[in-house]
Design a binder for this molecule. Structure first.
Ligand code: SF4
Ligand code: SF4
Length: 444
């Protein structure tokens, strides 16, 4: 629940195709209007590094007010925003429909869009945003790619830092030998025709991360849903464009939205629900794409048909009931409620799902992990990302849970590294996805 207002936040379409969106004087005026409101409010002081940077800037200025801060000094505030949406979704009482009409993340996005339009986005940022191309190439040579990118490889990682600005200390996600699409085609999970949800049809939108890095999340989803009677197809027509959004490349996001929405439309028309296997991608399909292409009927149709994976399992449980067979998990679970799951405004569905396992004890940690997609990998952000993730890491490691999970696979990699930095904290072997635990409870 958002603090300070009972009304649900709404968001305006992003006028990225209008010339005025890129007007630097108009942006500066809007930054000053919003920053002044934030200066008087300060609720978001501990959400991320953007707000502390802003408040220090104002407090250390000659007058202690925004009027004596130069606009050129706003850039570090913009740079520190990971577009996690937490200020908008959980704190700000001034979001629309309030008359202040304040949307801090989308204002940071506009500043990034202007930088992108001026060609100021860095080469590593632009190249790392091509996640489907990078994933396709890396999965062809997964062994050498994983060797080269592994933390501790002092032959290759300093070169990666010098060339791509990826911090030598950052744990990077490994690539799988075979994509989820390939493994799903081979696995052929049998559909349980006796299950109450038999008759449901879904399409798993693989997402770049599950397709190229963690196919196990997709395979676990397949097993759970097939056991519950759901007929499934799998597709990965392209990236959702979240890394391009982080760069302010709104035309790039729109192109991905059009491509994916057109590719998935026949499945929706055939009665399939669309399940996005990564929360950032679900957020894009459900909420960001319709704000970027509000008039596109295929994008709107896809948004209405899309579920987050835990949301879908809970939907089955509530409407038809789950297939029997859930066993004990053998120990408590600490679950990270990822920002982009929270931003979907659906409540902690993964915790709800895990609590349906008999005897489960699930504690939920609602703090940001600090990874911010590719943001936390860069040398200029790595230490800040670890610092932001510390409260979440401490809470997850408290009382040495048997299982630590996060709905966001990238956050999982980062949180494990955060926990390593906390003295005497028990470091989990891996921070997996809640659906993997759920599959395990079914005995898969
Ligand atoms: S969107 Fe997230 S990172 Fe950006 S300013 Fe808001 S809370 Fe901070
Ligand atoms: S974004 Fe809203 S809640 Fe956060 S500091 Fe600014 S005005 Fe306050």
């Amino acid at each position: 629940m958002r603090e300070g207002s009972l009304e649900a936040p709404t968001r305006h379409p992003i006028p990225w195709q209008e010339e005025g969106y890129y007007d630097e004087a108009a942006l500066d005026a809007e930054l000053r209007r919003v920053f002044d409101i934030c200066h008087g409010c300060r609720r978001c002081f501990n959400l991320c590094d953007s707000f502390p940077r802003l408040f220090d800037l104002i407090d250390e200025s000659p007058t202690g007010e925004l009027d004596s801060v130069e606009s050129k000094d706003f850039k570090p505030v913009v740079d520190a925003c990971t577009l996690c949406d937490m200020c908008f979704m959980t704190k700000c009482p001034y979001v629309p429909p309030h008359e202040f009409d304040l949307d801090f993340p989308h204002l940071m996005l506009r500043a990034r869009a202007i930088e992108f339009a001026k060609g100021e986005t860095s080469f590593p940022d632009r190249e790392l945003a091509k996640t489907d191309r990078n994933g396709q190439l890396a999965s062809l040579v997964a062994g050498p790619a994983n060797w080269a990118t592994k933390r501790g490889n002092m032959l290759t990682r300093p070169i990666l830092q010098a060339v791509a600005d990826i911090d030598v200390r950052a744990d990077l996600p490994a690539f799988a030998d075979a994509t989820f699409e390939e493994q799903a085609a081979a696995s052929g999970a049998a559909i349980n025709a006796q299950a109450p949800a038999y008759g449901r049809k879904a399409l798993l939108y693989a997402t770049c991360y599950v397709n190229f890095n963690t196919p196990g999340v997709g395979l676990a989803t397949q097993k759970v849903l097939a056991h519950n009677g759901v007929d499934m197809a799998v597709a990965h027509p392209g990236c959702c464009g979240m890394p391009k959004l982080e760069n302010g490349d709104l035309a790039g996001v729109a192109a991905q939205a059009r491509l994916v929405a057109a590719a998935l439309e026949p499945a929706i028309d055939a009665g399939r629900d669309i399940i996005a296997l990564t929360p950032s991608c679900a957020l894009m399909l459900k909420f960001e794409w319709p704000l970027i292409l509000p008039e596109d009927p295929q994008v709107r149709k896809l948004a209405a048909a899309t579920f987050d994976i835990a949301e879908y399992v809970v939907d089955i449980a509530k409407k038809e009931g789950l297939a029997p067979g859930l066993g004990d998990l053998a120990g408590p679970v600490a679950m990270h409620f990822a920002c982009h799951s929270r931003a979907q405004n659906q409540g902690p569905k993964a915790a709800e799902m895990l609590r349906m396992i008999p005897g489960s004890q699930v504690s939920v940690v609602e703090r940001c992990s600090g990874h911010g997609g590719k943001w936390g990998m860069f040398t200029k952000n790595f230490d800040v990302g670890i610092k932001i993730g510390k409260p979440a890491g401490r809470a997850l490691a408290k009382d040495t849970p048997a299982h630590v999970v996060s709905e966001c696979p990238l956050a999982g990699v980062h949180l494990r590294q955060v926990i390593e930095t906390i003295p005497a904290a028990p470091v989990p072997d891996r921070v997996g996805h809640p659906i993997e635990l759920f599959a395990r409870a079914y005995g898969f």
